[in-house]
Write a protein that binds this ligand. Structure first.
Ligand code: HEM
Length: 491
């Protein structure tokens, strides 16, 4: 999964072996000293990681070894396996950082609630470089002002006013995808990443900034965001990102002026107009910076969800037929709606992974010591696979949400109440539009879809780079049975 890392480690290993041989041949004393140093290092490391070492009293079970830390990276089941082995509270290392993992949504919510004063956010470095800090990591005083304003600004009305843009881009991108599939060699299909990225970009640019493909600002904004795309948010902002950020700030400020000068003329709602409606002093520099980074985060999250929808429906084609059939029978109930159920189940099985927090002061929970400076990982993906809550938990079964109303203590893809996701309505709007338009096509998954991730513990899993789809518009009934790709594959 990580060929670059593999070859780097292999080179280091070969270098060590070659050095050892050279020392042994030409400087035997050096060889003995190195052996001694390695033996001391390994003994100290083993002792430090041992449950009986000083300082480890009262800690949860689990290994802090670096080897285990690396083994966790390509293993999607690592945390599930550790939960099975040690119970729902266990410890691990993520390279140099020490982490206590907690499985079970009710348990984690209780932990966050009961020890709120000892737990803080885990800010990524970029947050200190933007006005007021990023919403997720803001201090309580600033959050008190901006948290509720953003919650209101990102609610229903903006999703509603971005529907048309979302639908027309979705139609355009699916048509393009089907055309490109026709051109691809030997039915290998196309990789969906670029197409779903366009859909999400347009939907969110309209919802957050009121920028649609026919707006003057659209192309410039898109170019600047493509520079921001290069930025790894685990690192400090690069010079290019800072320059794009400065240009984006002034572009959005101009957009604010334009929207405010036209506010009497029924301008469609977007987060900028809604923030202003909530508080006439907004959107200020804090709002603008936050919107830019919310855009950056969510244009990474939401395409992931659309990707998983393509893969899970591709693997469970009966559901596509059911979507077409059941959508004919209109319903207003959220969970009775098959499209919503498909989204809920995709979030459960694929898109929700974890929450991280940092421990600000020592405390005890369920008999274990949680030491200051360590991280807490709330294992959401693993909790969503608890067989005591979800029957046949590994199965893609949207109907489980019809039969049972899972409370927030059992099913929680959008975080816990404090700092929970503000983009739920927008996410559902985009995913729903995507599935509705997708229902006009037949598709099969092609290539290797084995999930993969980057060489980082916080990297999200995604369908493999080889994952592709072969997409064709649904034909009439008779033509469909003769020509659909699924039929072709079966025959
Ligand atoms: C697949 C889609 C998405 C998923 C699974 C998701 C999930 C989450 C989760 C789990 C949190 C809580 C993080 C924590 O407590 O550490 C969160 C926070 C947040 N999300 Fe989302 N999100 C998605 C899409 C979006 C979208 C589309 C937006 C807005 C355009 C958005 C805006 C936010 C904001 C602003 C926060 C921080 C809220 C606060 O601290 O008050 N999210 N999201």
């Amino acid at each position: 999964m990580f060929p670059h890392v593999f070859f780097a480690l292999l080179s280091v290993e070969l270098f060590c072996i070659a050095s050892a041989i050279l020392f042994a041949l030409f400087l035997p004393v050096g060889f003995h000293l190195l052996t001694l140093a390695a033996a001391v290092y390994l003994t100290v490391a083993a002792w430090r990681n041992h449950d009986a070492s000083p300082g480890s009293a009262g800690l949860p079970p689990g290994s802090l070894s670096i080897a285990r830390s690396i083994a966790a990276l390509p293993d999607r089941r690592y945390y599930q396996e550790q939960t099975r082995r040690h119970g729902p509270v266990f410890k691990m290392a993520q390279f140099h950082r020490r982490v206590i993992c907690v499985t079970g949504i009710e348990r984690s919510h209780k932990l966050f609630r009961d020890h709120a004063s000892s737990i803080g956010p885990c800010p990524l470095p970029f947050s200190s470089e933007i006005s007021g800090g990023f919403l997720r990591y803001m201090n309580d005083e600033t959050y008190e002002r901006y948290g509720p304003a953003f919650r209101r600004a990102l609610s229903g009305p903006i999703a509603l006013s971005a529907v048309n843009t979302t639908r027309s881009t979705t139609k355009r991108q699916l048509t393009l995808m089907a055309t490109d599939c026709g051109k691809s060699s030997e039915g290998r299909g196309v990789r969906p990443a670029a197409y779903v990225a366009e859909i999400v970009h347009d939907a969110l640019a309209a919802a957050l900034f009121g920028s649609t493909p026919d707006s003057d600002s659209y192309n410039e904004m898109k170019t600047l965001f493509s520079v921001m795309d290069e930025q790894d948010l685990n690192r400090r902002l690069s010079r290019n990102t800072k320059s794009a950020l400065a240009d984006l700030r002034s572009l959005v400020e101009k957009e604010v002026e334009r929207l405010q000068s036209r506010s009497d003329h029924g301008e469609p709602a977007c987060a900028l107009t809604e923030l202003h409606r909530t508080d006439p002093q907004m959107p200020d520099a804090v709002c603008i910076d936050n919107l830019i980074f919310i855009f950056k985060f969510s244009t990474a999250n939401v395409p992931g969800l659309l990707h998983w929808i393509l893969q899970l429906l591709g693997e469970n084609p009966d559901w596509i037929g059911r979507i077409r059939q059941e959508r004919k029978e209109a319903t207003d109930s959220r969970k009775n709606d098959i499209v919503n159920r498909v989204i809920m189940e995709t979030l459960r099985l694929a898109q929700s992974e974890y929450l991280y927090r940092t421990i600000k002061s020592d405390f005890e929970f369920e008999g274990f010591r949680f030491p200051r400076g360590w991280l807490i990982r709330h294992c959401v993906w693993e909790s969503h696979r608890d067989p005591r809550i979800f029957e046949n938990a590994e199965r893609f079964d949207p109907d489980r949400h019809l039969l049972e109303d899972f409370p927030r203590q059992e099913y929680s893809p959008f975080g816990c109440p404090h700092h929970g996701c503000n983009g739920v309505v927008l996410t559902y709007m985009i995913a729903r539009t995507f599935i509705e338009e997708l229902a006009g096509y037949d598709w099969i998954a092609s290539g290797d879809s084995k999930p993969e991730r980057d060489f980082r513990h916080w990297s999200h899993w995604r369908p493999g780079a080889g994952f592709g789809v072969i997409l064709r518009p649904v034909q009439s009934e008779s033509a469909e049975s003769a020509e659909s790709p699924r039929h072709a594959e079966r025959s």
